[in-house]
Design a binder for this molecule. Sequence first.
Ligand code: FES
Length: 104
Amino acid sequence: MARTPAEPAGAQPGSPFEITFDGRRITARPGQSVAAALWAAGILAWRTTRGTGRPRGAFCGIGQCYDCLATINARPNRRACLVPAHPGDAITTQEGHGHDTLAV
Ligand code: FES
């Protein structure tokens, strides 16, 4: 059985909860960022670039590169590596600059 980072630290995390990614149910844990929850579910990309539509996910993991932008609960351009996951969060793939519905 694989060890988790919680074991050596003696952490006792709270109960897991459910969030969704593009309608798919995934599990998150208290204190986990949205990016960490997506990674744990095997999801590595949740945004496409403006110009060429190339896939992007987390790169730096510390809020500096903005590669991890996602639409979280209908708000675009949230840095998934910094936003804590909360029960019931709805994460959706962000296309381009995230404001396509504004026609700008
Ligand atoms: S991964 Fe770089 S800002 Fe989130």
